[in-house]
Design a protein around this ligand. Structure first.
Ligand code: MTE
Length: 317
């Protein structure tokens, strides 16, 4: 993937989102939630740690909206960090449908509307840690993937869930064989059903920008960013571990699990530390942001370490 020493890593100071506007929007979102949901999400008084008890909302400083929406990895739109925003209009999201197949009782093809209809959209603030050793804190909107998957009634053979992104000749990056298209990702069933695993439909209180994976993308906060597949058109329940794009492309660099782990280094980037990209109050160049220690499972160990108790994570990286 990307070379951190390249010029495109520089983020100008002009990108700071007007904090007052953002706070106001958040207050609106909060006000529209019921007390019970608020408590669940950690809005209740007394939550002072970096994460709420459930991990749904970190209170760390947000990365600016400008950075979140202009510094992207979305190889279907190009390999430069600015390409996804630059070519965002090449991704056509209307009409959109999602095909569900494999080991389940209720397969089928759903329109985007049918995918979304039964779900309440909530805001969650998650860290996203890229294997390239930068990280962001992002306010996503969406709902738990598990709530969607249950609707298709996965059967006893469903051990994994596989995801695919759209293939469309209008996507400029797909004219280049940097990866084998479609982009593919997968999760073990218990990872997919974990309440932290999210289908995101928006960011910063607005509809998902194309460059961030409109209209539906995955967000798996304890795994490296590349697991969070964008613009999903297929969800398959499988018995065998499904192939995943980065593992197919460089198996010695990218494993199936891809859990954030400061002790398992990538051949080209140390995973011990990370650079947190521009916060609301700074807007400074990423290259001058001091590095911070990377936390095991990206800081979500309390919630998800139990998924891996019997596994050697150096082997299953
Ligand atoms: N999904 C698709 N379809 N194509 C991609 O190239 N890049 C991944 C992931 N999902 C990618 C993708 C990588 S490497 C990262 S770090 C995250 O998306 C970036 O998400 P963001 O641009 O919204 O921050």
């Amino acid at each position: 993937m990307y070379n951190p020493e390249k010029k495109s890593a520089l983020i100008p100071s002009s990108e700071i989102t007007d904090e007052a506007v953002f706070r106001q929007r958040r207050t609106l979102i909060k006000a529209s939630m019921t007390g019970a949901a608020g408590a669940l999400l950690g809005y209740s008084a007394g939550v002072t740690a970096n994460t709420s008890a459930t991990g749904f909302r970190t209170s760390e400083e947000l990365t600016s909206k400008k950075t979140v929406t202009t510094y992207n990895n979305f190889y279907e739109l190009g390999t430069d960090k600015g390409d996804p925003a630059r070519y965002a209009d090449r991704l056509v999201t209307d009409p959109w449908s999602v095909e569900i197949d494999g080991e389940c009782n209720k397969p089928g093809k759903l329109t985007l509307e049918d995918v979304l209809k039964p779900h309440d959209i909530e805001e969650r603030i998650y860290r996203l840690r890229c294997v390239e050793a930068w990280s962001m804190v992002i306010p996503w909107n969406g709902f738990s993937l598990g709530d969607l998957l249950k609707r298709f009634e996965p059967n006893g053979n469903a051990k994994y869930v596989a995801f695919e992104t759209i293939v469309d000749e209008r996507l400029p990056g797909q004219r280049v064989p940097v990866l084998e298209w479609p982009y593919r990702e997968g999760l073990r069933m218990d990872e997919a059903m974990h309440p932290l695993t999210m289908i995101a439909t928006g960011v910063y209180g607005e509809d998902m920008p194309n460059q961030n994976g409109a209209p539906l993308r995955l967000v798996v906060p304890w795994k490296y960013g590349f697991k969070s597949i964008k613009s999903i058109v297929r969800i398959s329940f499988t018995e065998k571990q499904p192939p995943t794009s980065w593992n197919m492309s460089a198996p010695h660099e990218y494993g199936f699990y891809s859990n954030v782990n400061p002790e398992v280094s990538h051949p080209r980037w140390s995973q011990a530390k990370e650079r947190r990209l521009a916060g609301e109050s700074k807007g400074i160049s990423s290259l001058f942001t001091p590095k911070v220690d990377t936390a095991f499972l990206n800081g979500y160990a309390d919630q998800v370490a139990s998924l891996y108790t019997d596994m050697d994570l150096k082997k299953h990286f």
